[in-house]
Design a protein around this ligand. Sequence first.
Ligand SMILES: [Zn+2]
Length: 368
Amino acid sequence: MNRNLKKSIISLFAILSFCIFNSSSVTGQISYLNSIKKIDIHTHIVSDASYLKDVMEELNMKFFTICTRGTDMDRINFQVNAAKEFCNQYPRYYAWSTTFDLTHRNDTDWINQVKRYLKDSFDNGAVAVKVWKDIGMQIKNPNGEYIQIDDSMFNPIFDYIEQEGKTLFAHMGEPIQAWMPLPIGADGKPRSYWANNPEWHFWDKPDKPSYNEIIAARDHVLAKHPNLRVVACHLGSLEFDVDEVAKRFDKYPNFVVDTAARIGNLMSQERGKVRAFLIKYQDRILYGTDMFGGMITSSGAKRTPEQAERAKQSLSRRYSNDFEFFATDNEISRRDYSIRGLALPKEVLYKIFYGNAVRWVPGINKDF
Ligand SMILES: [Zn+2]
């Protein structure tokens, strides 16, 4: 046999065995992830639905549903009353976070009203409290200034949450793009969440708080309440660079983040850097999607069985895409680009998809 041919055969064999070895180890990771218990820590479920339970059964998953929006009492009460009911009825499938009213914040006994409301939620199984971007970007004090999350008015509430052993979920600010010009689509029209929600678009509005001011206020809460567990939603609104998240992890031991609606931001950063970040901070990241679900749509209409079936399929697709990204090293095509999965080690997958949720949000029923 000629030497070159022999060499080619040997290297072909090396490549083949590498592929076989590599694919079998990665296959192991995806089947491992499929098999273990998982919690989606950031969902908005408005009602129980059999299509949701089907998805959870199929994936060995539980949904953590978050009530939100302190500026709309009817909306809060609707979500809280529903969550009380279906989370207690189906503890295998759902756990929940409550929130509190901001509309009576100038009443002299507002703090007591909030504490009573939170206590009732805790008595009904809530294990966390959510604060949202309306603090920092919408509500103002009697002097007409925007109220930030580190305002002393919230201190007794945070102390109470800490004292009750609950966790704070904080979605403060917006992605940094809210302080940048709107992207323009191919049709020449602005295209983004803020094109439809201009009240949250702060670009070129000098009277509005800056991105840095809002993030600094959130960081100040972490420093002021070192014993309060804080799950900062959406990669802590630091979605553009994992190094910014890492800096806070190093500085604030009570700070963790969820991935809700920001997995695309992990995909768009350099793979090696993101993978190293997730491995280094494997105890600080909680998997979440920000998906909406239930038998009522976001517009308040009842879902038909056909719509529920479509919602179920799109949900299953979404989870399987996410699992592929975290657990395999497949080339994954996303619209007009392709990225390679992270192939995270099993112990890291376990923590991100389950272990961190039950550790940082104690009280979630683990029996499923
Ligand atoms: Zn959300």
